[in-house]
Design a protein. Structure first.
Length: 248
């Protein structure tokens, strides 16, 4: 049996607010297998983004444990936010290169890898473009390439397509699914969309209202690769109804 890459036990986060604290995340326990794609759903304020920030080491849990199993060094984490957060003065290729520059990788090798990632996310021909010249979907492709270029142990996605229009968002589902199948990176993704979660994930975790606790851990037994027609099938609808009931 494959050992989990990540295990949390009773992970809890309370923010100090001068009135006894705001309990954002309460006693969350789950594990994620290597190369697994897990989505996190829940009502607004349930602690979904707080959970990602704790996993990324951007905030310290108030209690509980967080373990990356089987790694001999600190985990490499990739993080993509709802907004692409690119450096506006750097080109597409220069933005993708940034993590490798921070690692002082050989410039020629770094450039070749950045070019490879640009092509993988469908940005060939735009390598020298500035962020101001790109659409919202293209900006998020740059952000994904930048997060993946250093081969992260875990990729965290915090509603990366939430600000895109519906048609672009659905195209990005297809792109992310293709990238995941190609790279097999372990992914934990926060979303508000039931359809997005079911289209992308192997499992969906549903958090309760604040303080967020896991109400449902639902395996998504839909075949891959997935296409748009799958969203209109009975198995997809059955899973969607289970998730909707858990959120409500």
């Amino acid at each position: 049996m494959t050992a989990p890459l990540l295990t949390t036990r009773d992970l809890s986060v309370t923010f100090s607010d001068g009135n006894g604290g705001l309990h954002a995340l309460g006693a969350v326990s789950f594990s994620v297998l290597p190369r697994e794609f897990v989505c996190v759903l829940g009502p607004s304020g349930s602690g979904k983004s707080t959970l990602l920030r704790a996993l990324a080491g951007l905030l310290r849990p108030s209690s509980g444990t967080l373990d990356f199993n089987g790694l001999d060094s600190p985990p490499r984490i990739g993080f993509v936010f709802q907004q692409a957060t690119l450096m506006p003065w750097r080109s597409v290729l220069e933005n993708i290169l940034l993590p490798l520059e921070l690692q002082n990788l050989n410039p020629a090798a770094a450039h070749a890898k950045a070019q490879e990632m640009a092509e993988l996310v469908g940005l060939q021909g735009f390598e020298n473009s500035l962020p101001r010249d790109l659409s919202g979907g293209m900006l998020q492709r740059v952000a994904l390439a930048r997060a993946l270029i250093h081969d992260p142990d875990l990729l965290l996605l915090d509603e990366p397509f939430g600000s895109l229009d519906a048609l672009t968002r659905e195209r990005m589902w297809m792109e992310l699914s293709r990238l995941w199948l190609a790279r097999q990176t372990t992914v934990l993704m926060v979303t508000h969309s039931i359809s997005e979660a079911l289209f992308l994930a192997d499992r969906v975790l549903v958090l309760s209202a604040r303080p967020g606790k896991i109400k449902l851990d639902l395996p998504v037994d839909l075949p891959r690769p997935r296409d748009d027609d799958m969203r209109y099938t009975e198995p997809f609808g059955r899973l969607a109804r289970q998730l909707k009931a858990a959120i409500e």
